[in-house]
Design a protein around this ligand. Structure first.
Ligand code: KL2
Length: 491
C-alpha cells in the first residue's frame, strides 16, 4: 500500500495519462508533504495526539488511548479498495471504452465545524484544525485518482489555496457557493486534459416566496465531452441537500428542481412521443437522506406519491402534504421537466429531432437556472399559474404535462452504485447520532465497473470519531469507475 513515491512534493505534477491504464491500483501516489502514510508515522502522531501543545488549542487529555481496537491509516486504506462490480465484466476493448472515475466527498467546511462545535466536544482538538485536516483530505482525494471530483462543503475562502495541487495535476474546476449568508459550497474538479466542458449550470435551489425552496442549497451540473472522442458526452451533477432530518419534503422539492436542470442539460433527442434519449448521467453528493426514505425511493424507483404524506414523506396522521409540492408558476412539471423547454421541443420540432438546449452557446459565467416562469408559454398552453389544483395539459396530441398531481416522476432510470440492504444501510458515510449513509452516487445510462469500498457500520465504529488523524472530514469519500463507450466520429 505504501510506496516509495509517497512523499512527492506538490510541485511535481503527476500528469501521466493514468486513467486509461489505472485499473491496476498499485501506483497510488500521495502528494504534498504528508507523512501519515506509514504505520510508524501514523502511530507516532496518534500517540502524541494527546500531548500536542498549541497555545490556541486546548488539548483534549480525556481522549481514550487504546490503539488496538481502533483503526489506523494502513488498516483504513486496506479496507478502502477499489472493488470490481460483477465478475464477468472485463475491460478488454479498452480502445473503445473510456474509464471514468468519479469521487464524491463532503470535506466538512471549517466554519460549519466551528458553528457546530458541540458536535466535536470529545474530539482531539488537533483533528479539528483545518491545517491538519486539509492535507488529509487532499491526500485522500488525490490518491483516488479520479477524473471528476465532486466536493461538498468547500469553504469559499479556502478555495484558492485548496485547488493549488489539483491545478498542478491538470484539473480545472467549477465552484458554486451556497446562497445568501452561507460560506461553503460545491467544488467540481475535472481533468481538463481529458474533458471539454460543453455546458454547465450552477443551480440555486433557493426560489423566493416558496417555503419548500427557501433554503440555501445548490447544485452543479456539468456536461463534458471526451477530448479524444468529442461526440462522447456525459453529465456529472453534484449537490448537498438540506440537513434538517425531518424535512424530506424540502429535499424532494430540491431534487425536483435539480432533476429539471439535469433533464435540460442531458437531453439528446425525442425518441417517441413519450420517451427521450439522454446522455449518461452521474448524480452524486451529500443528499442528507437515508436509504429507502421517500426521496431515495423517488430517485431509484422513478416515482413517488407525496400527497397525504407527512413532511418526512412517511405515511402520517398529520398528512401535511397536499397534491401540490411546488407552485406551477415555477414551470417545472411533475415529471421534473421545464414546461417551456418541453413545449419547445415538442411543438417546434414535431416528434423530435435533436434539440440541445444552449448547445449553440458557450457556457455563460455564473448563469442562473432558467426556471423563471415564462407566463406567456403557460398562458398559450392554458396552464393556470395561480392555482394549487391538479392540472394536466396536453402539449401536443399524445403528450401531456402534469402539475400538482400529488405524485412526482422523473424520466431517468437511476440506480445507486452502493447497494443498501436495510433502512440504515449496512455501510455508512457519516455519523449523525448513529452511523448512516447520506452520500450517494446515482447513475443513469452508464455502467459502473468499480466502487470505492465503504466501511460497514461495525468498521466505522473502529474509526471512533470523525474527523480523526486518518480521515480529515466527518464524512467518508465515495467513488466509482464507469465505463463510457466511445462514440465513433461520423466524419
Ligand atoms: O449532515 V452534513 O452537516 O451533510 O455533514 O450537512 C449539514 C450538516 C451542513 C450544512 O448545513 O452543516 C451541518 N446539527 C448538525 N449538523 C448541522 C446542523 C445541525 N443543526 N445544521 C447544519 N449542520
Amino acid at each position: 500500500m505504501d510506496n516509495s513515491s509517497s512523499h512527492q512534493k506538490c510541485t511535481k505534477p503527476k500528469m501521466d495519462p493514468y486513467h486509461d491504464t489505472c485499473y491496476n491500483q498499485n501506483n497510488a501516489t500521495a502528494i504534498c508533504d504528508i507523512s501519515f502514510n506509514s504505520a510508524s508515522n501514523y502511530n507516532m502522531l496518534y500517540h502524541q495526539s494527546g500531548t500536542f501543545t498549541d497555545k490556541s488549542v486546548k488539548t483534549n487529555v480525556a481522549d481514550p488511548k487504546p490503539i488496538g481496537n481502533y483503526i489506523d491509516k494502513p488498516r483504513y486504506k486496506a479496507i478502502r479498495k477499489w472493488k470490481r462490480l460483477g465478475k464477468e465484466r472485463s475491460i478488454s476493448n479498452a480502445e473503445d471504452l473510456f474509464l471514468m472515475r468519479v469521487l464524491s466527498f463532503n470535506i466538512l467546511a471549517q466554519n460549519l465545524l466551528e458553528d457546530h462545535s458541540y458536535l466535536y466536544m470529545n474530539h482531539n482538538k488537533k483533528t479539528l484544525m483545518w491545517k491538519i485536516r486539509k492535507p488529509l483530505v487532499i491526500q485522500e482525494i488525490i490518491e483516488a485518482e479520479a477524473n471528476v471530483i465532486c466536493l461538498q462543503e468547500m469553504q469559499e475562502d479556502h478555495l484558492l489555496d485548496f485547488i493549488i495541487p489539483f491545478k498542478q495535476l491538470g484539473y480545472d474546476y467549477l465552484y458554486k457557493k451556497r446562497t445568501n449568508d452561507k460560506k461553503d459550497g460545491l467544488l467540481l474538479l475535472y481533468r481538463s486534459d481529458q474533458f471539454t466542458l460543453v455546458d454547465y449550470a450552477k443551480v440555486e435551489l433557493y426560489q423566493s416566496g416558496i417555503e419548500l425552496l427557501s433554503r440555501d442549497n445548490v447544485g452543479i451540473i456539468a456536461k463534458f465531452s471526451l477530448k479524444d472522442s468529442p461526440e462522447t458526452q456525459f453529465v456529472v451533477a453534484t449537490t448537498h441537500l438540506l440537513y434538517n432530518p425531518k424535512r424530506n419534503d424540502v429535499r424532494l422539492a430540491q431534487i425536483q428542481l435539480l432533476l429539471a436542470e439535469i433533464e435540460r442539460i442531458a437531453f439528446v433527442e425525442n425518441l417517441t412521443m413519450d420517451k427521450a434519449k439522454y446522455l449518461p448521467i452521474i448524480l452524486t453528493g451529500d443528499f442528507n437522506l437515508k436509504p429507502f426514505s421517500g426521496v431515495y425511493k423517488f430517485l431509484t424507483e422513478g416515482s413517488f406519491e407525496y400527497h397525504g404524506k407527512g413532511r418526512n414523506l412517511e405515511p402520517s396522521s398529520y398528512r401535511s402534504l397536499s397534491n401540490s409540492l411546488i407552485p406551477s408558476r415555477l414551470c417545472v412539471t411533475d415529471n421534473c421537466q421545464h414546461f417551456n423547454i418541453l413545449t419547445q421541443r415538442l411543438q417546434r420540432e414535431g416528434t423530435g429531432k435533436v434539440m440541445l438546449e444552449n448547445s449553440e452557446f458557450p457556457p455563460q459565467k455564473d448563469e442562473k437556472m432558467s426556471t423563471s416562469c415564462n407566463t406567456k408559454v403557460l398562458q398559450q398552453n392554458n396552464v393556470n399559474a395561480d392555482t394549487d389544483r391538479a392540472q394536466t395539459i396536453e402539449i401536443i396530441q399524445g403528450h401531456s404535462a402534469k402539475f400538482a398531481s400529488g405524485t412526482l416522476t422523473h424520466p431517468f432510470n437511476m440506480r445507486s452504485v452502493y447497494t443498501h440492504t436495510s433502512a440504515h444501510g449496512e455501510e455508512a458515510t457519516t455519523h449523525q447520532e448513529e452511523w448512516v449513509t447520506v452520500d450517494y452516487i446515482f447513475y443513469s445510462n452508464i455502467q459502473p465497473i468499480e466502487k470505492y469500498t465503504l466501511l460497514t457500520v461495525s468498521q466505522c465504529k473502529t474509526l471512533r470519531r470523525l474527523p480523526n488523524f486518518v480521515v480529515g472530514s466527518d464524512h467518508l469519500s465515495i467513488g466509482a469507475t464507469f465505463q463510457l463507450p466511445k462514440k465513433k466520429s461520423l466524419l
